[in-house]
Design a protein around this ligand. Structure first.
Ligand SMILES: Nc1ncnc2c1ncn2[C@@H]1O[C@H](COP(=O)(O)OP(=O)(O)OP(=O)(O)O)[C@@H](O)[C@H]1O
Ligand SMILES: [Mg+2]
Length: 587
């Protein structure tokens, strides 16, 4: 089979094999079972000759008895070997699925943010569900066919040769014709399989978006639009599947027709043989049964290329993900304690090299334990700026230093352990409030610390009213909580993390003035001995910062303290006046 695969497919196949090969115990069990299965199939056919010739034609009762016992034994062995094959291959298949799934998932955890953000989730999700199943199915089916079916075919051929060498030659002439057909059909299979797998990803994508965005869909009446989207991808999926079915069943049909001609020829030749006295009735029946025994396995062998190709197409898309480079984590530096000096030196950054830079020549320094506020219009690059510090992205040029050491020289884990981030879009997991608070490394914190953080972030205020309290499950992305409640959990997380550098990106934007004031107190307390970078929509939060920088289209246009900036009467003063008048008018 392998000589029909192109080198790339061969490579993928070899790699897939590495997922299967460690499970030798079950592999041996499967092979033994399959040998036994093929053996019993052949035995059953072989028994037909004495049954007919001795039992039926010569009417020997003793022969019938012996043969009957033979049948019983053969069926017992067949049942056992069938079970053994299914179970052993099933075991290996499920193992392969788990291993592949975990490898892909592990990669998802460490892929650079850029990669994840520029790839749609649907196709990534289908890797975890559809593709891994395809691979395992393909591997186990291929193994079954290669061992059990090929053995059955050989055994059948052996029987045929034994019963009638001349007739056997007739049958063998047909084989190469079938082999050529298999080759012709193989190419088409792989094309359609790849397309089907891609379209599964698109179906997942659309479905997921509709479920997540169900309120938008309802509010804006997006029913028809979404239905159209799904119909389109689903239709494509259906058509590709149909093409695959067509090619596959055509393959089967053509093989069968050829087989039919073969059978006719054999029957004709058998007639001649038997009238020459070379073939007994039993011999003829057994020969014919052996030929029929070949039919099913032969069909599966014809199909094996489709299955193999499907597995290779699925494996290919899995390995493409697995081979993606991880986040760059080449830094060696591990800091025990950090004092928290943050410095940006002439930092330039763009998400996409073709586009204009998002940050240009940004420089500032924050002393340990002091705070800096970043102010600017929407889209001016504030969130981008802070995302560079924990290295979600790397700078294009310039340097970001933490305690005088470039962030790229820290080990990623160590760098991130020293930075707490409350981001603009809060991410909660479908888990309990407690687990959302004490997420990841914070699991190690004591119950008392968790409660303290929850208290400080005013999470307890609403947890007390919940029937399940801390054990309340927050729903997909925290959908069952209010925006402000979610924000408080995120703040609680940061408080619990207790790291020397704190980043707050619109951390209190969803809170009303009263709650904000209270949480602000908690945050003020938290900010006391830490370096804080704060982005706030409400300038009242900003006023208290030790220094303020104003970003405009990715450049720092002003910097200084609140009063200095008001005196400068530039962009900051304008923003401040605008908000002041909003607040006066009751907004
Ligand atoms: N992940 C991303 N990939 C590509 N471009 C991005 C990404 N995130 C933001 N941008 C672009 O970078 C620019 C700055 O975005 P950023 O989120 O930093 O603005 P911001 O100042 O935080 O705005 P806001 O006040 O609305 O939160 C925008 O033009 C945006 O389109
Ligand atoms: Mg932002």
């Amino acid at each position: 089979m392998s000589e029909r695969l192109d080198p790339r497919a061969k490579e993928i196949y070899k790699r897939l094999w590495r997922y299967v090969s460690p499970h030798k115990g079950f592999g041996v069990l499967a092979v033994i079972s399959m040998i036994a299965a093929a053996g019993t199939e052949a035995t059953l056919v072989a028994l037909l000759k004495p049954l007919t010739d001795e039992g039926l034609v010569e009417q020997s009762l003793q022969a019938v008895e012996t043969i009957a016992i033979g049948f019983v034994v053969a069926f017992i062995v067949r049942g056992l070997s069938g079970f053994g094959t299914e179970y052993a291959l099933g075991w290996i298949g499920r193992r392969v699925i788990s291993d592949l799934r975990r490898d892909v998932f592990r990669k998802f955890l460490t892929l650079p943010s850029r990669f994840i953000e520029t790839h749609a989730t649907g196709p990534m999700m289908s890797r975890m569900t559809y593709h891994v199943e395809m691979v395992a199915e393909s591997v186990t089916t291929v193994v079954t066919v290669m061992v059990r079916d090929l053995l059955t075919i050989f055994a059948a051929m052996g029987l045929m040769l034994w019963f009638s060498p001349r007739l056997f030659i007739f049958v063998m002439v047909l084989m190469p014709i079938i082999a050529i057909l298999i080759q012709l059909l193989g190419k088409a299979f792989r094309r359609y399989s790849g397309r089907i797998q891609d379209s599964i990803g698109e179906v997942t994508q659309v479905t997921e978006e509709v479920l997540r965005g169900n309120r938008v869909v309802k509010n804006f009446g997006g029913y028809e639009y979404e239905m159209d989207r799904l119909t389109k991808v689903d239709e494509w999926n259906r058509k590709q599947n149909l093409k695959l079915i067509r090619v596959r069943s055509l393959g089967v049909a053509v093989t069968q027709v050829i087989f039919g001609f073969g059978v006719a020829t054999v029957v004709y030749a058998a007639g001649a043989e038997s009238s020459d006295g070379n073939l007994t009735t039993g011999g003829f029946i057994a020969f014919f049964s052996a030929m029929m025994l070949m039919l099913q396995p032969l069909r599966r062998v014809t199909n094996i290329n489709a299955i193999l190709q499907r597995g290779i197409a699925a494996g290919d898309s899995l390995f493409q993900i697995i081979d993606e480079p991880d986040e760059v984590d080449s830094g060696e530096h591990v800091a025990e304690v950090i004092s928290g000096t943050v410095e940006f030196r002439n930092v330039c950054f763009s998400y996409n090299n073709d586009k204009s830079p998002v940050l240009s020549d940004v420089s500032f320094a924050v002393e340990p334990g002091t705070s800096i506020a970043i102010v600017g219009h929407s889209g001016s690059g504030k969130s981008t700026l802070i995302s560079l510090l924990p290295r979600f992205y790397d700078v294009n040029s310039g340097h970001i230093l933490l305690d005088g050491m470039p962030v790229s020289e820290y080990k990623l884990d160590n760098l991130r352990a020293n930075i707490s981030l409350v981001s603009q879009d809060i991410v909660l997991f479908n888990d309990t409030i407690e687990n959302n608070l004490a997420y990841g490394q914070l699991r190690r914190k004591s119950r008392a610390e968790i409660l303290q953080a929850a208290e400080a972030a005013h999470v307890m205020d609403f947890v007390r009213d919940l029937p399940d309290g801390f054990e309340t499950v927050v729903g997909d992305r925290g959908i069952l909580l209010s925006g402000g409640q979610r924000q408080r959990i995120a703040i609680g997380r940061a408080i619990l993390k207790n790291s020397p550098v704190l980043i707050l990106d619109e951390a209190t934007s969803s809170l009303d003035t009263r709650s904000e004031r209270r949480i602000q107190e908690a945050l003020d307390h938290l900010m006391q001995d830490r370096t804080t970078l704060v982005i706030a929509h409400r300038l009242s939060t900003v006023e208290k910062a030790d220094q303020i920088i104003v970003l405009d289209e990715g450049r720092i246009v002003e910097s200084g303290s609140h009063h200095q900036l008001l005196d400068t009467d530039g962009l900051y003063a304008a923003l401040y006046r605008l908000q002041f008048s909003d607040e006066l008018s009751g907004k």
